[in-house]
Design a protein around this ligand. Structure first.
Ligand code: GCB
Length: 598
């Protein structure tokens, strides 16, 4: 799916701003043919939860309504008019002028709909019903509970089967863009590289009848490098400039469609060229062994919640540069297109994750669940949702050079019977759909040790989330060190040719807590916890990366294991550094992006 941009043939309007808002408490039916009767307001994009102050809204489970008016410039009315949502969490039903136009399930991928047949020339009303219910058929997975109160009214609750707050609302920009009636629908870019020469293949999907499709490759200075004609074309680029980690170079494919000698539609797609290979326990980018330094993140800021916060995105990537990081994982859901485009421009390497989190019946920070009782793969009905998010994510992110690997799930019960059968077709789906055939991973949970994990044979890279010295061997770093070393030896033994990336490790740390001894939650403990882990990582040649948990403190569901949120950040939620950030900086600045381990 193309990102909406303005070109000579396309117009773009952003409907961000303050919308009307109504909390549906199910006492009366909302009549979409009339304007919403409400005085409440809500900023879009943004989660509604933290804007609302009152618990009734903050913790609401069910439907909320958003509404605003808009007009379309009369000169655009003969164009194809598309309404596009960057994301609505988790389900949206959209009406224009009281008529149903579209719906979409899945809170982290865009959707769009042509609205020509619904708009009227003067003033139009857009109404969106947003639902935040998660259950055992959705991704992420929620535990959905319904009960009746004394008056017989249904009270709904979603207990997150994951460790982040179930923020909801219109999270990403709402845009209206226009195209000509016959238009460019999609552009798929792949390439072969030989030395410093690349053959670039563009597959342009069009709707309508064109005499000619022209593809021009432009360099960073906007100089023409090559051009060719056809829906499926090949361009050769000599003196190739590679997209490199922390040193991005983006070309642009300018696609023009012509009819009767006239230019009809034009779209410009930036793209980088880099190769990826997984070989002999190494992760190669542009032929060289890459070392991942960085974070598992969240889209999580004060006030905006999970809503797009571009200033925070810029700040975060600048903090990456300060600390010497080169990568992140989009834990635990696809991030905004704005963030992906930023990562692509800035050379940040991304492990792109679908929102498959909570696929574990025993979730609850309980690492001692009796295995025979857990029955995840019989209980979860997420197959369809999982296929849908894979399709939508690859469709959206396929051309980004920054995306070097797909993560098909975070911490599923890969040690429980049924995991292999569940994941085998999904891994195949990813491989079939991805035009660039990137490597895949399934992020491994601590209980799925090498002797128990059932899916490692399906994937290219072993990704480990490990909390030795935190959830286990708490406060005993000597024992943690030994346990970690023992496990890594086992992984290297059973799959000597697969690289291992630590996709999580961390210790909750409250800024300002201090101790001389190894006392969890203090800044000193977080430092020593990481130093212990680093020592072991450096002993194993197949360990090709460390993405620590988490970049910043973040909001999560309440529980006695959480102190006003998850505090494992290297920075706190305001992005102020903890003591560990300086230690991490010293380490990472001295680790090169390539050839760290010979
Ligand atoms: C994990 C999860 C992550 C949690 C983290 C923690 O393994 O993948 O979502 O936030 O542990 O802090 O417990």
């Amino acid at each position: 799916m193309l990102y909406p941009i303005m070109t000579e043939s396309r117009n773009l309007t952003d409907l961000s701003g303050v919308w009307k808002f109504y909390l549906d408490d199910e006492t009366k039916k909302v009549d979409v043919t009339k304007p919403l009767e409400t005085n409440e307001i809500m900023a879009v994009p943004g989660s509604f939860n933290d804007q609302a102050v009152f618990s009734k809204i903050r913790n609401h489970a069910g439907t909320v309504w958003y509404e605003r008016n808009f007009s379309i410039h009369k000169k655009l009315l003969d164009q194809r008019i598309v309404l596009r949502f960057g994301s609505v969490t988790h389900k949206a039903v959209v009406y224009i002028n009281g008529k149903y136009v579209a719906e979409h399930q899945g809170g982290f991928t865009p959707f769009e709909v042509e609205i020509n047949d619904f708009i009227i020339s003067e003033k139009n009303r857009i109404t969106v019903a947003v639902n935040n219910i998660l259950d055992h058929t959705t991704l992420p997975v929620g535990n959905y509970i319904e009960r009746k109160n004394e008056e017989g009214k249904i009270i709904r609750k979603v207990d997150e089967n994951f460790d982040f707050f179930n923020y909801a609302g219109i999270h990403r920009p709402v845009k209206i863009y226009t195209t000509p009636k016959e238009y460019i629908k999609d552009i798929i870019i792949t390439y072969d590289v030989e030395g410093n020469r690349a053959r670039i293949y563009t597959d342009v999907k069009t709707i309508g009848d064109f005499d000619q499709v022209k593809v021009t490759i432009l360099d960073k200075e906007w100089k023409e490098v090559s051009y060719s004609v056809g829906e499926k074309t090949e361009n050769v680029v000599e003196n190739l400039k590679f997209w490199q980690p922390m040193n991005a170079y983006l070309y642009t494919a300018r696609v023009e469609t012509y009819k009767d000698g006239e230019l009809v539609d034009i779209y410009e797609e930036p793209f980088g060229i880099r190769t990826i290979e997984v070989k002999k326990g190494k992760f190669l980018i542009n032929g060289k062994p890459f070392y991942f330094k960085g974070f598992g993140k969240h889209e999580d800021t004060y006030i905006n919640g999970r809503g797009l916060n571009e200033a925070a995105n810029v700040l975060d990537l600048n903090l990456f540069k300060w600390i010497g990081a080169n990568s992140f994982r989009t834990s635990h859901y696809p991030y905004s297109e704005e963030m992906m485009r930023l990562a692509d421009q800035q050379g940040i390497v991304v492990i792109d994750e679908v929102p498959a989190v909570g696929l574990y019946e025993g979730f609850g920070f309980n690492f001692n669940i009796e295995e025979e009782k857990a029955n995840t793969w019989d209980r979860m009905g997420t197959k369809e949702a999982h296929e849908q998010v894979i399709k939508e994510l690859i469709d959206r992110d396929k051309n980004y050079a920054c995306v070097v690997m797909w993560s098909i799930a975070n911490e599923p019960a890969s040690h429980e019977k049924g995991a292999y059968e569940y994941f085998k077709p999904l891994v195949k789906l990813v491989k079939d759909l991805d035009p660039q055939k990137r490597p895949t991973t399934i992020v491994n949970i601590m209980m799925a040790t090498p002797d128990k994990d059932l899916v490692y044979n399906l994937i290219d890279v072993i990704s480990l989330n490990r909390y030795y010295g935190w959830y286990v061997q708490t406060g005993d770093l000597k024992a943690a060190e030994e346990a970690l070393r023992k496990e890594l030896k086992e992984w290297e033994k059973i799959c000597p040719n697969k690289p291992i990336v630590f996709t999580e490790l961390g210790a909750d740390t409250i800024s300002g807590f201090h101790a001389i001894d190894d006392i969890p939650f203090t800044e000193e403990y977080q430092v020593r916890y990481y130093q212990t882990n680093h020592k072991v990582f450096d002993e194993f040649k197949n360990v090709v990366g460390e993405q620590v948990w988490n970049f910043a403190d973040f909001e999560t569901k309440v529980g006695i294991q959480r102190v006003q949120g998850n505090k494992k950040g290297i920075f706190n939620r305001a992005r102020e550094p903890k003591m560990i950030s300086h230690v991490m900086r010293k380490r990472w600045i001295n680790i090169p992006n390539f050839d760290y381990k010979k």
